[in-house]
Design a protein around this ligand. Structure first.
Ligand code: FAD
Ligand code: SF4
Length: 515
């Protein structure tokens, strides 16, 4: 008697567009892949319209690409009448209607999705199996494996460990050029005459997807030109974006990685995060290509630029993912400072007289992108100083950016930016007054507020809010050696000056909607 073939259903999530995965090495007529555009994913937070379009469009491209390779795919579009709009309902439905004997999925990056899929497996009438997503350098439990029993693990130790483990930028057991960190040579202000390259933009007509999103009534934020959608949507475009960055951005990446300017919205940043996070690119290939470019043209690309870039991918990106899986789900409830204030409504439209924030928010609404320092030292800094509730902060960052997936959003927002975890990720709160913003950007000239002024009608709100924050949280922060200098300055002020600053800051907070 002929043995019955086992019919397998494999789920591909919207951020698993990885055609190098071992799943796709062979075409198997007994395997059906399924992909779905579902309301439970579009509605768990209000997303930027470009993000929803970008995910759907990239998923559709991916489905077409693997179909062309001969794989069978069931693709449920958002408006498909058969679409039950959640992973659970769709998979149960497909298992029944397609006569499926087995269900397989790749580990999800986001805790919410992982919980749903694990629960789904307990409901299935067929066996199931979970496999690795084959994307990251480390496993999810990397922190337990590499630093067993250690509660606080700083990024630098983790990064060095991975450099050694994967032999990246190493000379035997020592870091290349005898140094792990070249930050001192990096992080300069952009000179007025310096013009960063124009961002590489693609051209896609996504009007049909846009229309179906509108028709479905999905609530979104931000703007888009659906006749000319500019994000990379497939592997070929993602590789082109990588080459473009290596050719034009890498040589000045480190130097200007903290610079902010009104003359360029991406400066020398790569804009690769969307392609990386949906796995159209592998972190290893990104690093390898950057290292190869440096090796071929060391006179063009100085080592500090390369190391600064590798640190972001091998260091910060992997570290955030490992910390996410170490700390979730408790992490998502942490609120070290007990901040409770609502997000100002102008975060949804950019209408503020604070030029730096106006610019960063407006840009985020238009491009679904802001670079790291805009996220950390402009919006993040203000939200922390203004005591905004971390849940509201998370919802904003998780919605607005093209690259926002919870594993890398919440660790950066609640951890690095808002210090809501009490210092599990960052070694100190990233806060600044106007002095830093003025030093690193071109925003302050032309601002309604005056960066040098601390008191008065047009004093920059960042100044008094900065001192108020330090004062409010003195009991929690003053023992941190990295905060000692700031508290020395605060403690040297006369009580009258301190009171004036606190009164000014309180007035700004009372009037936060009108800043
Ligand atoms: P580049 O500056 O060119 O850096 C190269 C790559 O390094 C990035 O593509 C990214 O993959 C990685 N990288 C750099 N910094 C970090 C970091 N701190 N954590 C993890 N990876 C990093 N990144 C996201 O991918 N998704 C998010 O939702 C997200 N939310 C953030 C929220 C806040 C408050 C902050 C401060 C940072 C956030 N980041 C997030 C990290 C970082 O800002 C973005 O990865 C980066 O701005 C993406 O732009 P890029 O590709 O041009 O990065
Ligand atoms: Fe921002 Fe203050 Fe500078 Fe205005 S003066 S741009 S509010 S830092």
């Amino acid at each position: 008697m002929q043995k019955k073939q086992v019919k397998t259903l494999r789920l591909i999530l919207g951020d698993q567009l990885n055609d190098r995965h071992s799943w796709f090495k062979q075409v198997n007529p007994d395997v059906i892949y399924c992909m779905m555009e579902i309301r439970s994913e579009t509605d768990y937070v209000k997303h930027h319209i470009q993000k929803v379009i970008g995910f759907f469009a990239a998923m559709r491209c991916f489905s077409d690409a693997i179909k062309q390779q001969g794989h069978q795919v069931i693709y449920l579009k958002i408006d498909d009448p058969a679409n039950r709009q959640t992973f659970t309902r769709n998979i149960l439905y497909l298992i029944e209607t397609e006569g499926i004997d087995r269900f397989e999925y790749q580990e999800a990056d986001e805790y919410r999705v992982e919980v749903e899929l694990n629960q789904l497996c307990t409901l299935l009438p067929v066996p199931s199996d979970k496999t690795c997503s084959e994307h990251f350098f480390t496993e999810r439990d990397a922190m337990q494996e590499l630093f067993p029993g250690q509660e606080k693990i700083v990024m630098e130790s983790f990064y060095r460990m991975l450099r050694r483990k994967h032999n990246i930028l190493m000379e035997g057991t020592k870091p290349l050029f005898g140094q792990w960190n070249f930050d001192q040579q990096n992080r300069k202000k952009l000179p007025a005459a310096e013009q960063p390259p124009e961002p590489l933009l693609f051209q896609h007509d996504v009007r049909a997807i846009y229309a179906s999103i509108q028709e479905a009534g999905i609530e979104t934020m931000g703007s888009v030109n659906p006749a000319n959608f500019t994000w990379p949507l497939n592997r070929e475009e993602s590789l082109r974006l990588l080459s473009y960055f290596i050719q034009h951005g890498l040589k000045k990446f480190g130097t200007y990685q903290d610079a902010m300017t009104t003359s360029s919205w991406a400066v020398y940043h790569s804009r690769l995060s969307f392609s990386l996070n949906v796995k159209l690119l592998d972190p290893l290939e990104v690093i390898q290509q950057a290292v190869a470019a440096y090796t071929q043209q060391p006179e063009e690309i100085a080592y500090n630029q390369l190391e600064g870039f590798v640190r972001q991918i091998l260091g910060w990106r992997e570290y955030m993912r490992a910390m996410y899986w170490k700390l979730m789900p408790d992490f998502s409830f942490m609120n070290f400072f007990q901040h409770q204030r609502a997000l100002p409504t102008w975060f949804w439209n950019g209408k503020t007289q604070m030029r730096c924030l106006h610019h960063a928010i407006q840009q985020s609404l238009e491009q679904a992108y802001a670079h790291h320092i805009q996220r950390l030292m402009l919006t993040g800094n203000f939200l922390l100083l203004a005591e905004i509730a971390p849940d509201e902060v998370d919802a904003w960052y998780l919605g607005i950016y093209m690259d926002a997936l919870e594993w890398v959003e919440i660790t950066n927002t609640r951890g690095m930016s808002q210090y809501a975890d009490g210092g599990l990720i960052a070694t100190k709160p990233y806060i600044s007054s106007a002095a830093y913003i003025q030093k690193m950007s071109s925003y302050c000239s032309g601002c309604y507020y005056l960066p040098e002024q601390k008191i008065g009608e047009r004093a920059c709100p960042m100044n008094s809010l900065y001192w108020r924050f330090l004062h409010q949280h003195q009991d929690k922060l003053q023992k941190n050696p990295r905060m000692a200098m700031m508290y020395q300055v605060w403690n040297k002020m006369t009580p009258d000056t301190q009171q004036e600053l606190l009164t000014q800051a309180n007035a700004y907070l009372t009037n936060i909607e009108n800043l």
